[in-house]
Design a protein around this ligand. Structure first.
Ligand SMILES: Nc1ncnc2c1ncn2[C@@H]1O[C@H](COP(=O)(O)OP(=O)(O)O)[C@@H](O)[C@H]1O
Ligand SMILES: [Mg+2]
Length: 380
């Protein structure tokens, strides 16, 4: 899949910007704070209906304006063209999403249609932060490839919220909530087992992909690994997982009442990352963290490419300043060949020796929220 055009209106600091992208590498250059990342954020709106990092639509609305809009043209591998438009109105505090002028709802049905992989400093916590960061990563990847998973995930979150409320109310009121919990327990078992089983399958398949992606960057002197650590040591099927979950739920009922929240289930899972057998979080160098993150993101790319039948877009935000020259060169050689890529950087120095700019590899210079001619921008 390719994004051939993009128009932004009142999006972050872009009053009105228009791009015709090349099929391979698209380099977005400029000094800090000029609006480069904002362009990647706008692409994520088109692909995912939302920002990859802002928590609300209102904050991306250009200050002092009443509405924002992004419009893009996607061309699929089979040559189908889709015009996608996202529009937000401040008065109505509402967003609308259109594919070929037809309004799409709910937004969750868009997920997976326009696969995208984003690697940005916003994602650093995936390797360095708490377990919820790794769960979010896994959920996001699996959801783009599986609508069943996404549905179960949304249901499961609702169940945990309701169940926690009942447990907390019961603790405060000193009541027995068994009757109230019954139907929520059933749903917790159903969706909890689906999520856990599918996360396990995901990690089983992802291990090899991570391996080869990581080795694209560093050769074979470092061995990356990902291990899934759910509530039960092992289970053979979704049914088996459900049975184990049920047993643990019964065993933990007293403790849940004491603390007033749900203690067992995939919302407490961990994914452990190691390099050469050592826990990355405890022992990894900064370079290993960054390499692992890029390895995960390239892994995500290949995973989605296999399952979505479309090659995802690859958005790399400020990656090259944090990798050493050898890893940068390997990454650039590699991504140039696998997909349409959007790369932001303050410096053109990583790219000039390796990239020949023409109609498939393009560079855009950004200053103060506008695309400007090269000579207006000082880039090292
Ligand atoms: N809602 C908004 N309205 C106007 N400007 C904004 C808005 N949100 C962020 N900005 C501006 O966008 C700029 C940051 O853009 P960004 O794309 O992150 O820069 P960079 O080029 O460093 O990636 C800052 O100057 C910031 O003030
Ligand atoms: Mg930036």
């Amino acid at each position: 899949m390719r994004l051939t055009t993009l128009r932004l209106q009142n999006f972050r600091n872009h009053a009105e910007s228009f791009f015709e992208f090349g099929n391979n590498a698209n380099l977005i250059l400029g000094e800090n704070g000029q609006g480069k990342t904002n362009i990647l954020e706008a692409i994520s709106y088109l692909c995912l209906t939302k920002s990859f990092y802002a928590s609300s639509d209102a904050v991306v609305l250009r200050l002092g304006t009443e509405f924002f809009e992004q419009e893009g043209t996607f061309v699929s591998e089979s040559g189908n063209e889709n015009k996608v438009r996202v529009a937000y109105d401040k008065q109505q505090t509402q967003k609308a999403y259109f594919i070929n002028k037809k309004s799409v709802e709910p937004f969750s049905t868009v997920i997976g249609k326009f696969p995208v992989v984003i690697c940005s400093p916003e994602h650093n916590p995936i390797t360095s932060g708490g377990p919820e960061e790794r769960r979010r990563f896994a959920d996001f990847v699996i959801s783009q490839a599986s609508s069943v998973y996404l549905k179960s995930l949304m249901e499961y979150r609702r169940v945990i919220k309701q169940r926690n409320k009942i447990l907390l109310d019961a603790r405060i009121g000193n009541m027995n909530p068994s009757g109230l919990l019954e139907s929520w327990d059933e749903q917790l078992l159903q969706h909890g087992a689906t999520l856990t089983h599918r996360r396990k399958l995901f990690v089983d398949g992802f291990k090899n992909i991570l391996h080869s992606s990581y080795h694209e960057l560093v050769g074979s002197e470092e061995e990356p690994q990902i291990e899934y650590s759910p509530f039960a040591e092992s289970f053979s099927s979704e049914d088996d997982c459900r049975r184990l979950l049920k047993t643990l739920l019964v065993q933990n009922r007293k403790e849940e009442l004491r603390v007033g929240s749900t203690l067992i289930g995939p919302h407490r899972d961990e994914f452990v990352f190691t390099v050469n057998g050592l826990d990355l979080r405890k022992y990894g160098s900064q370079g290993q963290h960054k390499t692992f993150l890029v390895g995960l993101k390239l892994g995500e790319f290949f995973y989605l490419k296999n399952l979505c039948n479309e090659t995802p877009l690859l958005l790399l935000d400020d990656i090259f300043s944090e990798l050493d020259e050898r890893r940068s060169k390997r990454l650039l050689d590699f991504v140039g060949t696998i997909s349409q890529t959007f790369i932001t950087s303050t410096s053109v120095k990583w790219f000039e020796p390796f990239v020949e700019f023409n109609h498939t590899n393009r560079k855009f210079f950004i200053k103060n929220g506008s695309v400007v001619p090269e000579e207006e921008v000082i880039v090292a």
